[in-house]
Write a protein that binds this ligand. Sequence first.
Ligand code: BEZ
Length: 252
Amino acid sequence: MRSHPGWLADEYEKQARFVFEEAEEILRWLDARPGERILDLGCGSGVIAQRLMRQGCNVLGLDVDADMLRAAKARGVTVVRGSGEQLPFEREFDAVFSNAALHWMTNTPQSVAEGVFRALKPGGRFVAEFGGHGNVAAIITGLRAVARRRGADESLAAIWYFPSPEDYGALLERTGFGVERIELAPRPTLLPGSLGDWLNVFCPVFLAQFGEEAPAVIAEVEDLLRPVLCDSAGRWTVDYMRLRVLARKPRR
Ligand code: BEZ
């Protein structure tokens, strides 16, 4: 299992509430209008889908994770369980929106883009933000260093899809989209807790290989990264790089 083994929505909301708080920019790119039919691809616990619904949009949330969908449903979001790599929709949506989810869909990014293209009405837009090239570079380097020191599998330190704007723009154009806007932007993000808390939420696949030693591994990674990611007051900041894109399906 190289992808995430399963989320705990409550823990995610506690340790990663910045995922929603930092979504303002990409929501501006989406510029959702009342009455629009929107697919929230990788809706997670439904915080953003609920917000779009309150703006008068007709939202469907899709996610692969059962606990996230439970939380989204509790917010009143209409949800469907499914993989972003096998979207079943045809010309149904004015917009497909995705925040902090596409980097988990690592098997075939091309099939994600093709599914989004099919799901959109002619003229519909795809608006997404996710990890881009260089995302969490310091953390990946720290994880690899500790894995190497312990003779463990360092490839598990970087299991995500973090493309450059050039690569992702080309993929979308191959799929038939017109790319109207694409950018890679640093978004240093202050954590509500420790780096260890972040690692426990986002890197369970890497940590699982160490079994009972995982807490010692976390302490080693924190030690390595403290000089670059932790300030003198003990606050940790993650070195996020976000890829933002607005692409459109041609009208015909
Ligand atoms: C991100 O949202 O950028 C991210 C998520 C999981 C692991 C690493 C980065």
